[in-house]
Design a protein around this ligand. Structure first.
Ligand code: FDA
Length: 394
């Protein structure tokens, strides 16, 4: 049976980085994945350009039942460390918006960089590898694979969450955690579009593809100021993806479709200057025409001139456009979600090394654990930081 110092399961962002660093530090590392290629999610990410980190990474941008857990790793391996690594590999990047850093060229460059780092660490890589069982004894961990068995003193689980099963996602990491007595918190899809109830969806059919700046607020008071996109299934765009991680079934979200305009003052000014201008044309100066037409068809916008608009009608219009209360039917689920909320309870792990407190030699890194970042490069930064912290301990 072949023996290694450490086996890393999952050749995604966290697993590849951890294997590379441990290998470069002198460990004999085996990196396993069930897929044909390493880093499949990286290749898909950021529209093919990988939003690999964020200039403004801070613990407050992460959801976890244990909000302090992520602090140590994020402080010890920062966005600047990863930017430095990317620079050393000659990868050009740009900031798109809100501190989000993307490759100028392609996400493939990040995968190639991680592959090169693994090669530098002489990491043995086995793709298309199913782990049939994991057992632990005095020798460490023995893994039964499809074909043979392998053994190592240390086992790192980097198998990710449940989002996008088409890209190899599996509950493997949660099962291993449970096998070794670790608590796994309930999981749900995060950074995911909302679906709407049929009547509302039918009313908004014509809006598919319309994007507007918005401020969106969850019932717990969390607020995001980003674009909202109407789709043929419901609502999406960065504002909705962000708030979806803070939304629970049955709850409402409140949407301001005119965050950059004081609508009441704008209407008063326009009325003063152009009393015979139609309300519809006035609103179309601030909102996409298709949205105004849809709201008029739904009789939410009265067919009147500004002079004819009475104060009660104006108040309800302002309320509708700046505090639109929507109760989503649900989310599109793991099929399209970018991340999985919940997972291995971080109370079970050391925040310094990611090792299970009560199971020596067993580590969890990346998305498999209950640490989930905002949209915008925060999740990859967690993969890099948690992988780095773990690699120091292998
Ligand atoms: P990851 O999912 O990357 O890797 C897990 C690996 O384990 C996979 O290779 C999988 O095949 C393997 N595996 C699973 N089960 C296994 C088993 N039983 N046996 C062997 N191997 C197994 N984040 C961000 O910061 N910026 C971005 O631009 C994006 N964009 C984005 C787009 C899309 C479409 C998605 C789905 C997600 C994003 N994300 C993102 C989120 C980001 O991709 C995610 O948080 C990280 O990839 C998590 O890294 P991990 O290494 O933990 O898991």
């Amino acid at each position: 049976m072949e023996r290694f110092d450490a086996i890393v399961i999952g050749a995604g962002a966290a697993g590849m980085f951890c294997a590379a660093l441990a290998g470069q530090a002198g460990c004999r590392v085996l990196l396993l994945d069930n897929g044909k290629k390493p880093g499949r999610k990286i290749l898909m990410s950021g529209g093919g350009r990988c939003n690999f980190t964020n200039l403004y990474v801070e613990p407050a941008a992460y959801l976890s039942q244990n909000p302090h857990f992520c602090k140590s790793a994020l402080a010890r391996y920062t966005q600047w460390d990863f930017i430095d690594l990317v620079g050393k590999h000659g990868i050009d990047w740009h900031e798109k918006t809100l501190g989000q850093l993307f490759c100028d060229d392609s996400a493939q460059q990040i995968v190639d960089m991680l592959v090169a780092e693994c090669e530098k660490g002489h990491v043995t890589q086995r793709l298309r590898s199913e782990v049939l069982s994991v057992t632990r004894d005095d020798q460490g961990y023995t893994l039964q694979l499809n074909g043979d068995s392998v053994q190592a003193a240390k086992l790192v689980i980097a198998s990710g969450g449940l989002s996008m099963p088409g890209l190899g996602a599996s509950p493997f990491g949660y099962k291993i955690a449970e096998q070794f007595g670790l608590k796994v918190l309930p999981t749900r899809a995060g950074l995911v579009p909302f679906t709407l109830h049929k009547p509302l969806l039918e009313q908004m059919q014509t809006l598919s593809g319309v994007s507007v700046p918005s401020v969106i607020t969850a019932e717990d008071g969390t607020v995001f100021r980003e674009n909202l996109l109407f789709t043929h299934r419901g609502l999406s765009g960065p504002a909705v993806l962000q708030i979806s991680s803070y939304w629970q079934p049955g709850e409402f979200v409140s949407i301001n479709l005119l965050p950059e305009c004081d609508l009441a003052s704008f209407l008063d000014e326009q009325r003063e200057a152009h009393p015979n201008q139609s309300l519809k044309n006035t609103l179309a100066m601030q909102l996409p025409k298709r949205l105004v037409e849809c709201l008029q068809q739904l009789e939410q916008i009265p067919d009147v001139t500004l002079r004819q608009l009475n104060s009660r009608e104006q108040e309800s219009l302002v309320e509708l456009l700046t505090h639109w209360r929507v109760q989503p039917n649900g989310t599109e689920g793991y099929r399209t979600a970018e991340v999985t909320l919940g997972g291995v309870d971080t109370h079970e792990l050391s925040s310094r090394t990611m090792e299970a407190r009560n199971v020596p030699g067993l580590y969890f890194i990346g998305e498999v654990m209950d640490v989930t970042g905002w949209l915008g490069g925060y999740n990859f930064q967690w993969a890099w930081s948690s992988a780095w912290a773990c690699a120091q301990a292998l």
